[in-house]
Design a protein. Structure first.
Length: 216
């Protein structure tokens, strides 16, 4: 079985990456989501760069783009939007699931920074591990698959897809925002930077957990 087979079997329809509106500007203008390492090297972004997280706990992996499957890491989003960047609005980029089949992609069962408990790897088996009945997360806390959880939701909401270097926006399918004003801004931004048209969807639920997880 291949990564594409697992994705199709589970009904995985999107890889997600959330960003500030400053980040969205750089992404659409540059036609790619860059790793943290490459963002810091891009002089064009010097005046708009605002990283989602103020800390780097997985330095070895800083040349990878962090994405989620089917739902964002709402735990990180809540901290980022309330504590670190409360003065901006946010967008979620939805990429074709084809990207998780690309060369060099790693899958992590929980946050990649939880070094003592994360399991990471490549290929179909590593992807399937993200949907195990139980997954160890921060401090060894166990995250369980709950009854009724959609097949395309990872067991731990902090599970990650680690994509090497950068993700091209040629795979970008849609952009989720929280309200109509943000949608208007995104549509204007797409035209301003001469990016190809992309569907813009107002869906506040995309910024939340969506399905609660039982833990012990």
């Amino acid at each position: 079985m291949t990564v594409a087979d697992v994705a199709a079997e589970r009904g995985i329809k999107e890889g997600l990456h959330f960003t500030t509106h400053f980040g969205l500007t750089g992404i659409l203008d540059g036609r790619e989501v860059k790793s943290r390492l490459r963002l810091r090297r891009d002089q064009r972004l010097a005046y708009i760069l605002r990283l989602n997280s103020s800390r780097v706990l997985d330095e070895v992996w800083k040349d990878y783009v962090h994405l989620s499957i089917s739902r964002i890491n709402s735990n990180l989003y809540d901290v980022s939007s309330v504590t670190w960047h409360p003065d901006v609005w946010w967008a979620i980029l939805s990429f074709d699931p084809e990207i998780i089949s690309h060369e060099g992609v790693y899958f992590t069962t929980t946050n990649n920074a939880y070094h003592q408990h994360v399991k990471r790897g490549k290929g179909a088996d590593a992807l399937e591990a993200l949907f195990a009945e139980r997954v160890a997360s921060r401090y060894g806390q166990i995250q369980w698959r709950t009854p009724g959880m959609p097949d395309h939701f990872t067991t731990c909401i902090q599970a990650e897809v680690m994509y090497p270097r950068s993700v091209s926006t040629c795979y970008l399918k849609r952009i989720y925002v929280g309200d109509g004003a943000a949608a208007d801004d995104v549509c204007g931004l797409l035209r301003a930077v001469l990016h190809r048209p992309v569907e813009v969807v107002v869906d506040r639920s995309k910024f939340t957990d969506q399905v609660g997880l039982a833990s012990v």
